[in-house]
Design a protein around this ligand. Structure first.
Ligand SMILES: [Zn+2]
Ligand SMILES: [Zn+2]
Length: 297
C-alpha cells in the first residue's frame, strides 16, 4: 500500500466516525402515530420551512431557516418524556416528514447550514409569527412560562398590506360567558381591555359578572382561550381595541400571531424589496446575534 493510498483510505474511514462523534439529529415526535422519527438537523430545517413560511424569496427563506434551526436546538428538551426533542405540530414547529422539503427550502437550509441566533452565549428559541401588523412584541410580554430570549419590540411597516395585518371579530354578549368560563371564571357577562404592554398590545382583559365580581386574564391567555373556542381566525393577535354594542363586543385588531421575533409577512416583503437575510434577522431579532455553531464549539 502506498503512503498516499493509505492516507486516502484513512480519511475515507474517518469521515463517518467524525460525523458519528457529533451527531446533529433531532428526534421528532409524530403526534398522530406517537412514533419518534430521528432526522438529520439540516434535513429537518429544510422540511419545516414549507409548512412554516410557504413560498418566499431566498432571503426570507434563509432567515426562517436560521430561526427554525435555532428553535430546534434551543427547544431540544421539550418532549423528553416522549423520548423526543420536538413534536411535529405547532406546539414546536410543523413537520410533515422529510418529503415536505422543496428545492428552495433545501437551498435555504444549506446556504445557512450551522447558523443560529444566540444571546448570552446560548442558542435562542427564536420566535416567529405570521404578521405583526406594525410593531413586534417583546417575548417577555407574550410568554411567562418558558425560558425566552430578550428581544426588542421593533416597528415594522413592511407587513401592513399583508393578509391578516388588520382584522375584526365579533363576540356576541352571550359568548362572553363561555370564554370567561374556559378561563375559570363562570358567570361573566362583560369584558373590557384592562391594560397594555409597552408595545401597545393588550396585556390584560377584565371580565365582570352581574353583581360586581370580576377577574383579570392575561392578554395571551384571553387570546389562547378564544382560539380554542373559535379557531385561529378569531382573536388573531393581542393587538386590538374593543367596542361595546348592545348585542356584542367588536374587536378590531392588527396582526396575526403572537407578534414576537420575526414577522414572516414583513420578512417576505423585505426580501422582495432587496433586503438581505442578515438585515432581516438583525431587525426582527434585535438583541441577539447570528453565529456559526462550529465556532462556538
Ligand atoms: Zn411540541
Ligand atoms: Zn410585521
Amino acid at each position: 500500500m502506498t503512503r498516499r493510498f493509505f492516507l486516502a483510505s484513512l480519511l475515507a474511514l474517518s469521515a463517518p466516525f467524525r460525523a458519528a462523534a457529533a451527531p446533529c439529529t433531532r428526534r421528532i415526535l409524530r403526534l398522530k402515530s406517537g412514533a419518534v422519527e430521528e432526522v438529520p438537523l439540516e434535513d429537518y430545517v429544510a422540511a419545516v420551512l414549507p409548512p412554516e413560511i410557504g413560498r418566499a424569496p431566498a432571503a426570507a427563506l434563509e432567515a426562517q431557516a436560521v430561526a427554525a434551526r435555532s428553535y430546534a436546538l434551543a427547544r431540544a428538551e421539550r418532549h423528553l418524556e416522549d423520548g423526543a426533542d420536538l413534536c411535529d405540530g405547532t406546539h414546536c414547529q410543523v413537520f410533515r416528514g422529510l418529503a415536505a422539503a422543496t428545492e428552495d427550502s433545501r437551498r435555504a437550509a444549506s446556504a445557512t447550514a450551522g447558523l443560529v441566533l444566540a444571546q448570552g452565549g446560548r442558542v435562542i428559541a427564536a420566535p416567529f409569527h405570521a404578521v405583526c401588523g406594525g410593531r413586534t412584541a417583546r417575548p417577555a410580554d407574550v410568554w411567562d412560562d418558558e425560558e425566552i430570549p430578550d428581544l426588542a419590540s421593533v416597528s415594522d411597516d413592511a407587513c401592513l398590506s399583508a393578509p391578516g395585518a388588520t382584522w375584526s371579530f365579533t363576540i356576541p354578549r352571550a359568548a362572553v360567558t363561555a370564554l370567561a368560563d374556559s378561563l375559570g371564571f363562570p358567570g361573566a357577562r362583560f369584558l373590557e381591555v384592562y391594560g397594555h404592554d409597552a408595545s401597545g398590545r393588550v396585556s390584560m382583559v377584565r371580565f365582570a359578572a352581574p353583581g360586581g365580581a370580576s377577574r383579570v386574564a392575561r392578554g395571551f391567555e384571553f387570546r389562547r382561550a378564544a382560539l380554542e373556542l373559535w379557531g385561529w381566525a378569531s382573536v388573531r393577535s393581542t393587538d386590538f381595541t374593543v367596542e361595546e354594542t348592545p348585542p356584542a363586543y367588536i374587536l378590531s385588531g392588527r396582526g396575526t400571531g403572537h407578534g414576537a421575533g420575526m414577522c414572516q409577512a414583513g420578512a417576505i416583503a423585505r426580501a422582495k424589496r432587496g433586503e438581505s437575510r442578515d438585515a432581516i434577522l438583525a431587525l426582527y431579532y434585535r438583541g441577539a446575534s447570528v453565529v456559526r455553531l462550529d465556532s462556538r464549539g
